[in-house]
Design a protein around this ligand. Sequence first.
Ligand code: AMP
Ligand code: MG
Length: 299
Amino acid sequence: MESAAAALRGGALVLLPTETVYGLAADAGNPQAVAQIFEAKGRPRFNPLISHVYDLAGAERIARFDARARRLAEAFWPGPLTLVLPLADPAAVCDLARAGLETVAVRAPAHPMARALLAAFGGPVVAPSANRSGRPSPTRFRDAMDETGAAAAVALDGGDCAVGLESTVVSVLDSVRLLRPGAVTRAEIEALVGPLAEAEADVKRSPGRLAAHYAPEAPVRIEARDLRPGEVLIGFGDSGGALNLSPSGDLREAAANLFKMLREADRSRPAGIAVAPVPHEGLGEAINDRLARAAGKVG
Ligand code: AMP
Ligand code: MG
């Protein structure tokens, strides 16, 4: 882990496993290093990055927490929740990493390798998903290597990502808003901070939501109840399918399989990918959000 931390200190990139998806990591305070991330991903510069920290104390060095933000961090960190908060230290997270915003997105990941690297490095690390911009996030080491491995000086193999979806993003500013659904559900957040404000201005508040996202090469058709000629089926529950997100209908399993199966379905170069209906409740909100984006229904 020392060599990965040294690479970050030297301004190089590290391919990093987290419990959500693989990330391409850089020192958040080094604009040249952060620029390499945008370059390697082909990511538009208006799309800010998430700063990863070891714990709440590390987060409080870069962002301002009120009582609501602290309650959420204490409940869900380390884990798949990102908080968008007022910026406390503009030097620790460079302008480019924040796309010039006066807010910062911060998260403490749970994966032991991510935690070990953050402990060894000692400061905030930006780490967007390790895919090329617009492609499905990598949830396996070899997928991450295929996408952006060439840009990384050190690549850490942490096995398959347990969650398999990007973090839930919540802004805690004037009000508390859900900017991106994820494994920490709306209900779990509302249980701690009350009803969430409407996210009608979602796209303006979270610039990354503008881009079409998570799309494989083949066109994706969601809520599919039949199979058309040339299509590959990704099933759910008793819908069948050689690829099935979760034959037993378990949403956690479905989330962990989603991006992996989109990539697998794409591999045979089908005319299309048909995805069986997945319930919208709980974790299903995040799964359906990613599916809608993969199908080009959003952004
Ligand atoms: P990714 O790193 O690809 O998982 O995407 C990070 C997400 O966090 C994107 O949707 C960004 O728009 C969002 N994000 C990061 N920083 C901010 C911020 N300061 N304000 C609002 N959204 C943010
Ligand atoms: Mg991403």
